[in-house]
Design a protein around this ligand. Structure first.
Ligand code: GDP
Ligand code: MG
Length: 173
């Protein structure tokens, strides 16, 4: 079936969360394998891709980045349009970003409906400066019905796992 073949080959993935949690860095890490401290923000909506193989199926993930306009709560509809999976990210050192998670999830659901989603606590390398208790993060994940991954984009910890999990959810749909 052609429709099924197409569905399982491409997935638009959006990455939401407050500014500076590491969304652009995560995309760059996953798609290019690099981490740079001074990542230049993209102008306007853009994406990077990576192809992975999962259970014998090729999946092309298109990871859409924002231009940093999330600080102004002004991500355009074009960003969300057609998204098939989503990462909701917050930072270990930024409590406001943790408190904003529910709002981000709701926003994605309003725009995209019920799509595969995963919760990511990034910057776990800065655990000594944590602004969130582990139990709090786990409780939120449970409440929202999302799997929680703790990542360090900087140290390349668990980033692959986030997207493999998301791709698996997407394929299983
Ligand atoms: P965005 O606004 O969510 O796209 O965040 P950026 O990707 O621009 O990252 C914001 C800042 O956090 C940058 O200075 C990154 O280098 C830094 N950063 C991203 N991920 C990590 C991480 O895992 N650990 C640490 N220590 N810094 C990170
Ligand atoms: Mg960014």
């Amino acid at each position: 079936d052609l429709e099924i073949a197409i569905k399982s080959s491409f997935a638009k993935v959006v990455i939401v969360g407050n500014g500076a949690v590491g969304k652009s860095s995560m995309i760059q890490r996953y798609c290019k394998g690099i981490f740079t401290k001074d990542y230049k923000k993209t102008i306007g909506v853009d994406f990077m891709e990576r192809q992975i193989e999962l259970e014998g199926e090729e999946v092309r993930l298109m990871l859409w980045d924002t231009a940093g306009q999330e600080e102004f709560d002004a991500i355009t509809k074009a960003y969300y349009r057609g998204a098939q999976a989503c990462v909701v990210a917050f930072s270990t050192t930024d409590r406001a970003s943790f408190l904003a998670v529910k709002r981000w999830k709701k926003k994605v659901e309003d725009e995209c409906g019920d799509i595969p989603m995963v919760l990511v606590q990034n910057k776990i390398d800065l655990i000594d400066e944590a602004a969130i208790l582990n139990e709090e993060a786990e409780a939120l994940a449970r409440e929202l019905g999302l799997r929680l991954y703790r990542t360090s984009v900087k140290e390349d910890l668990n980033v692959e796992q986030v997207f493999s999990y998301l791709a698996a959810l997407y394929i299983a749909e």
